[in-house]
Design a protein around this ligand. Structure first.
Ligand code: ZN
Length: 370
């Protein structure tokens, strides 16, 4: 009996030694599975949602410093240079930064009710692709601003766009679509989930759809976008701003399950993701793990003519670092978007590599492998 006890003790001692060794081993493996905040500089990254709207190099210079490649999206925004000028500026910059700055083109909609519009725009886009454009961007003016001759809103599934989407679908050219707005836009100010939306719509009642029931509803805009993807099942579609489904990762998941050629990027909607992290960290974390092949990193950062170069650089650097911490570490973090502290998602290295680089490589750069 004594011997047995002694032997048992030995066994226990050897078991706990093994356990400790395994535990040490696991810990050190774990250490290698995750990036730290300081790895930010050495990991190659792509920001798939930027807007360089002038031929000045500050934004791209900062991107190079922080190991980012930029994809700049030509976008038909009132008050900004027309889309062909935006394209011109990017092409100028690309002479000096051919491997640091890329772009997607966009059609103009001012003449959409004129005969031959689709053919003319498609010809313009084909020239863009010859010049190096990686795809096209479509914007929220479709579904919220532009109207047909009978004063009906033109939605994204309107047949006028079919020749363009057919061509892109057949040639495996991606579309990045900012269609609609965050759902907060259709809610009263006190029901909005994030500070940035609340402040923005408080200052811009003209864009606050809750006050404008005469405009298309949130649901009708999302439905038209989903219908576009049903009509063009092979279209490579990147849902900008999380496909305007930012308010619930389950809603994004439903679309990703339904549309295998859809992916998303969270530019300017990181606050909504952080808001959901506050109440259900695990759900948000698991969403990023499950859809690790369908999520890309994007910010909406950019540079316009009046911007001060140093401010552009400082802002980009701060935001890129902040998002990196949120995605790679499990630290307790703060952001201007939500009022409480939240925990970083601490995604494994291989997931981070996909979100920050490999997915964009696949969706934007390798036309045949998708
Ligand atoms: Zn944007």
């Amino acid at each position: 009996m004594k011997f047995f006890l002694f032997a048992n003790k030995l066994l226990l001692a050897s078991l706990s030694a093994t356990f400790l060794l395994q535990a040490c081993h696991t810990t050190s493996d774990k250490g290698n599975d995750y990036y730290t905040a300081t790895d930010f500089y050495k990991v190659k990254k792509i920001d798939v949602h930027a807007h360089v709207l002038i031929d000045r190099p500050d934004m791209v210079e900062q991107a190079k410093k922080d190991n980012f490649i930029l994809i700049s999206l030509n976008t038909e925004v009132p008050g900004e240079p027309p889309v062909d000028s935006q394209q011109y500026y990017i092409l100028q910059l690309r002479h000096n930064f051919p491997n640091d700055l890329y772009y997607v083109s966009a059609f103009e909609t001012a003449t959409i009710n004129e005969p031959g519009w689709s053919d003319k725009q498609l010809a313009y886009l084909k020239k863009s692709f010859d010049s190096g454009a990686l795809g096209i961007k479509v914007w929220k003016n479709i579904g919220m601003t532009i109207k047909d001759k009978d004063s009906n809103f033109i939605m994204i599934d309107n047949p006028v766009f079919d020749p363009i989407f057919n061509y892109l679908e057949q040639n495996n050219i991606p579309v990045i679509g900012h269609i609609g707005e965050p759902k907060n836009c259709w809610l009263p100010l006190n029901e909005m989930t994030t500070n940035n939306d609340r402040n923005y719509f408080k200052g811009h009642p003209e864009y606050h759809m809750y006050l404008h029931p005469e405009y298309p509803s949130y649901d009708s805009i999302i439905k038209a976008r989903d219908h576009l993807l049903e009509k063009h099942p092979k279209l490579k579609f990147i849902g900008a701003h999380l496909g305007s489904l930012e308010w619930d990762v389950d809603e994004i998941a439903k679309r990703l399950d339904k549309f295998p050629n859809m992916s998303v990027e969270p530019a300017e909607r990181w606050g909504q993701i952080q808001y959901q992290t506050l109440t259900n960290w695990q759900k948000v974390h698991d969403f990023f793990i499950k859809y690790q092949d369908r999520i890309m990193y994007g910010t909406d950062l950019g540079q316009e003519a009046p911007d001060n170069g140093d401010s552009v650089k400082a802002k980009a650097h701060t935001i890129w670092l902040r998002d990196w911490e949120y995605l790679t570490t499990g630290d307790s973090l703060q952001s201007p978007f939500v009022n409480q502290k939240f925990k970083g998602l601490q995604l494994p290295k291989e997931v981070i590599d996909k979100i920050y680089y490999k997915n964009a490589e696949k969706w934007y750069f390798n036309k045949k492998s998708q």
